[in-house]
Structure formats: C-alpha cells, structure tokens
Design a protein around this ligand. Sequence first.
Ligand code: ADP
Ligand code: MG
Length: 275
Amino acid sequence: RQTAPRPGKTRVMTVSNQKGGVGKTTTTVNMAAALATFGLRVLVIDNDPQGNASTALNIEHRGDTPGTYEVLIDGTPLREVVQPSPDIKGLYCCPATLDLAGAEIELVPMVSRETRLRNAIHRYLAETEAAGERFDYVFIDCPPSLGLLTINAFAAADEVLIPIQSEYYALEGLGQLLNSIDQLRGYLNPNLEVSTILMTMFDKRTNLSKDVQDEVRQHFPDQLLSTVIPRSVRISEAPSFNKTVLSYDPEGVGAVAYKEAALEMAKQGASTNGN
Ligand code: ADP
Ligand code: MG
C-alpha cells in the first residue's frame, strides 16, 4: 500500500477561491480521502452551507445533525460533532447543514466572531493529540465568498490551498482573494500562507488549459503543484453516489490524479517544515 509522509505538525489548510464551481469541494474531499488512504489521519470541516463535502464523504447531515453551525454559534466542541467516515479509515468530518447559511449573519454581533473556528480547532487538535490520535491534516471547505465563514477559515488555517479551474477568467478575482489574505495576515493570522495551488478540470487537448497553467506558474512558481486534475465525468458523478472518486472509480484518471496531487502536497509539506 502507498504511504505519504506525515507532516511535522498538523497542517490546517483552508480550501478557498471566491469563485464557485472551481473544484473546491471536489479537491477537499478527494485530497482528504487520498491522504487517509495513504495512512494519515485527516479531518474535513465542511464550512459551506451547501454541505457538499458532507454529501461526498457520506456523512450524515440532515437538518438536525449538529455540525459546523453549532461549533461556530453555540461553541459546541468539535469532539461532539465530528463523525468518522463510514467508508475510509482515518478520515473524519464535521458536517454542515443549511443552518450554516444563517451563521454568516448570526456571527456579526458575536464576541471573537472571526476566531471561533480557530479556537474550536485548536482545542480539538490539543485533545486528540493528548489522546495519541494526532491529526495530520485538517481541510476546511469554504463557500465561494469572502464573508465571515471564510474569514473564520482563514483565521484557523496555516495554509491556503487554492484550486484553479483551467479556463478563461480563472485568475479574475484571484487578486481580491490574495488581498483579503494579506489583510487577514495583518490583523488575525500572521502565519497564513498560500502554500498550494492545484489546477482542476484540466483539458490536455486544449491550449487554453496550458495557457492558464503557464500564467498561474508565473505568479506562483513554488505553490503550483505539477500534478493537474483532468476534467473527468467520473469525478463529477462520484458525489451523487456519496462517494469520493477514489472509491467510485479507483483506477480512473481522476482518482490517480488526486492521489498523485495529494502525495506531491504531502512531500512538499514534509520538506518545508523540516521533517
Ligand atoms: P466548488 O466547491 O468550488 O463550488 P465543486 O468541487 O463543487 O466546486 O465543483 C463544481 C462542479 O464541477 C461539480 O459539479 C463537480 O462535480 C464538478 N467537477 C469538479 N472537478 C471536476 C473535474 N476534475 N472534472 C469534471 N467535473 C468536475
Ligand atoms: Mg463547494
């Protein structure tokens, strides 16, 4: 069985892009699943009211299921809401329900409204580490906006993973995301860095995909993974079976690409934190 290096400390990564439909959720669940199948302990926090990550990971998230909303608004400990994946050992998920849409507004008047997720994650990571069950990776799947949910994710994370769709206008709005990250760094999280960029829905047959990739590489030579995720119908079908593409089509190009990307990211992380 293939393995991946464990990071020196838990890597908390927010998967962000202010555009919708670029592959944030797909990247979150498949990178997480890949790392778990490589033997690592991985937590996915579904921070999008759509709950698409919960769906793809086959995690219960009916209206009354406690999840990210309760963590942010009621201060419920993650320990009480995190569920193990029924399919993949080592993979865990804090689910999201539609309630979470309300959190965007309900957070506004709250004390430490920007750092509630960070506090919850730090507490949970300390508890699990003390119990000898240290997480290697935490992925936070964000909605396509720069509201308080996303800000909570930026405040909680060490790293930003940006999926970029290989199409025209892919970089449009990216400047805004980078500006927000810069601002966040100043007042909430000085350590936050854009560590990883992944090209998704890549089409080898078109010059367009290559052109976008070249442009991204000019801006982010160190962050851009050399592995790209191809456009694949299997990848898009998997969630409707409550599966990641790794279980839905294990030998297919999508599963292979996500495993390769996850391994590349794990190696990069292992070398940058002196492991
Ligand atoms: P986001 O979370 O950024 O809104 P999603 O991950 O939900 O984006 O992806 C948007 C849509 O594109 C979904 O229907 C998803 O299944 C599909 N999709 C994502 N990645 C791929 C891919 N590599 N090939 C084909 N379809 C994809
Ligand atoms: Mg999504």
